[in-house]
Design a protein around this ligand. Structure first.
Ligand SMILES: Cc1cc2nc3c(=O)[nH]c(=O)nc-3n(C[C@H](O)[C@H](O)[C@H](O)COP(=O)(O)OP(=O)(O)OC[C@H]3O[C@@H](n4cnc5c(N)ncnc54)[C@H](O)[C@@H]3O)c2cc1C
Length: 495
């Protein structure tokens, strides 16, 4: 494993000793907690620190380089219409997110039936190897018939492998649900490996999705088509993605996916509003120095903040934050996903078709150099030949290519996301505690999988880890996270 460790700066301090031995915090005073990043990870750390502590935590500051909160949960506006630009879908068993919406009085948005039954096709660069039927009818009965016919079509193509794929996903989800258990049975974890081993998910991070699906007895056709399509859409990566991230990606094709009305970023906005936080927008942290038992954070605004505890809630991989003394984390590449939003209409000739109505509303793609994009989906049909689309690709799409794929382009917005880790089995994890003191790293868990919910789960553990190391006790809570039912509506209400 060459280049395993990237020495970010001078000295490695990696003694993640047991709880309550850290000395960075003065005893007797409630320490200031500084959080770098106002995404779902940073806002969740603030939320859980407030929720699990009484007087142990003093001021909480969140420093955010952007002028808005949310990070990779963001919206984009094209021709006056707003859409999710980054993280867009939540799973029905994402219980922290569900709890947030309830606690913060946000509304759950479920895609209208017409959207979830839209026509889906698999493109290999020359033709559609598989296509479902589309229902343009507004009559529910007709829509149900089409939906049933599509289930039959999918079954004919992929057979019983579909059930085997579902049970692979279900067993992963059921292990993941252990992270909502009450404090009596759920330890505080000092490392991501420990956390994953405890839930039975660690082994999935050591092998590729392809290996896992072959072992689960899935047919080559399902692996090369359906599973590949889903993984390219959700992580822009191939079947060599590590198994846990792959399973999470496949779970992202379940029915009953949802999002937050008004944008998923509203979760971060409202968590911060409800957590007595001093929020510093437009303030990028340039350096973190450990001086006289305190962290000094220097920002691009020329300001310095003294913090007893510092939480890094952003991937460090492409950042230039200077740590003094230095820290060491494993090298990790981020997968860039180019997201292109277009108001216009696709060109049927590009797909060898005669009319726009024959083009599927969701185009997935197989792994081949012949296709320059990972997926194209209709976000909204405004009129017959006027739609908003989202295109995912691994490389930027130039205008000349876009003009071949689209016959009309009224507006185009391009975003280059440093989206998620480029997953590579066996995954190697950075520590949660970066310096043996009180410098924490939420996004060490992102090697497991990158989602809004996994960030919230990691953040909840970091909040407990901070409190347990401060006080020497495992924080207790009157709320048992496990008291969820199977039903998405059955959300615990007293968070
Ligand atoms: C295109 C795309 C699609 C996705 N789809 C989904 C999906 O459908 N469902 C899902 O659950 N997940 C999805 N994800 C993944 C999801 O967005 C992330 O896993 C999650 O939002 C990560 O949250 P975070 O808070 O850990 O990090 P981020 O959201 O990246 O937050 C980190 C914050 O730190 C700030 N920051 C960075 N450096 C500094 C600094 N030096 N000083 C101050 N601030 C700093 C950043 O500006 C950012 O706001 C998607 C991601 C992308 C990019």
């Amino acid at each position: 494993m060459k280049n395993l460790h990237l020495l970010l700066s001078l000295i490695l301090i990696s003694t993640t000793t047991v709880t309550a031995t850290a000395t960075a915090v003065d005893s007797g005073s409630s320490p200031t907690v500084c959080i770098i990043g106002a995404g779902i990870g940073g806002s969740s750390v603030a939320h859980f620190l407030r929720r699990y502590s009484t007087s142990e935590i003093g001021t909480i500051r969140i420093l955010e380089r952007n002028d808005v909160v949310g990070g990779r949960m963001a919206t984009v506006t094209i021709s006056g219409q707003t859409f999710e630009a980054g993280a867009s879908i939540l799973h029905p068993k994402n219980y922290h997110a569900l709890n947030y919406t309830k606690y913060l009085n946000l509304s759950v948005r479920q895609p209208p039936r017409s959207e979830s039954d839209s026509c889906f096709g698999i493109w290999n660069g020359r033709n559609f190897v598989f296509k479902t039927l589309s229902s343009s009818s507004n009559f529910p009965i007709f829509q149900r018939v089409v939906s049933f016919a599509n289930s039959v079509l999918i079954f004919f193509r992929y057979g019983f492998s579909l059930f085997r794929m579902n049970s692979f996903v279900d067993s992963t989800v059921s292990n993941f649900l252990k992270y909502y258990e009450g404090f009596e049975s759920r330890p505080v974890f000092e490392t991501a490996e420990e956390m994953l081993k405890w839930s039975g998910l660690y082994n999935l991070t050591t092998r590729t999705l392809q290996e896992e699906l072959i072992d689960a007895n899935l047919s080559p056709r399902l692996i090369e088509e359906l599973a590949t399509v889903i993984t390219r859409i959700n992580y822009g990566q191939s079947m060599s993605i590590s198994g846990l991230a792959g399973a999470v990606s496949l779970a992202g094709s379940s029915p009953d996916l949802w999002s937050v009305e008004g944008g998923n970023r509203r979760m971060a906005v409202e968590l911060i509003n409800h957590s007595d936080v001093k929020l510093h927008l437009n303030e990028e942290v340039k350096s973190v120095s450990f001086i006289e038992q305190k962290y000094q954070l220097n920002t691009t605004k020329g300001k310095s903040y003294q913090c007893g505890i510092t939480v890094v809630a952003t991937p460090l991989d492409e950042l230039k934050i200077q740590f003094i003394p230095g820290i060491s984390i494993p090298e990790r590449k981020l997968q860039h996903t180019y997201t292109t939003f277009i108001r216009g209409v696709l060109n049927p000739a590009y797909f060898g078709l005669g009319s726009v109505s024959e083009i599927p509303q969701l185009i997935g793609t197989v792994e081949t150099p012949d296709v320059p994009f990972s997926s194209i989906s209709v976000l909204k049909q405004h009129k017959e030949n006027d739609m908003s689309y989202k295109v995912f690709s691994r490389k930027p799409l130039d205008d000349e290519l876009l003009d071949r794929i689209f016959s009309v382009r009224n507006e185009t917005v391009k975003i280059d996301w440093a989206a998620y880790p480029h997953y590579h089995a066996p995954e190697v994890f950075a520590p949660f505690i970066l310096d043996g003191q009180h410098l924490y790293y939420v996004n060490a868990f992102e090697n497991a999988a990158s989602t809004m919910e996994t960030s919230a789960v990691a953040a909840e553990n970091i909040a407990r880890l901070i409190l347990s190391r401060l006080t020497g006790e495992i924080p207790s809570s009157s709320v048992e996270l496990k008291s969820f039912g199977d039903d998405a509506d059955d959300v615990h209400s007293d968070l």
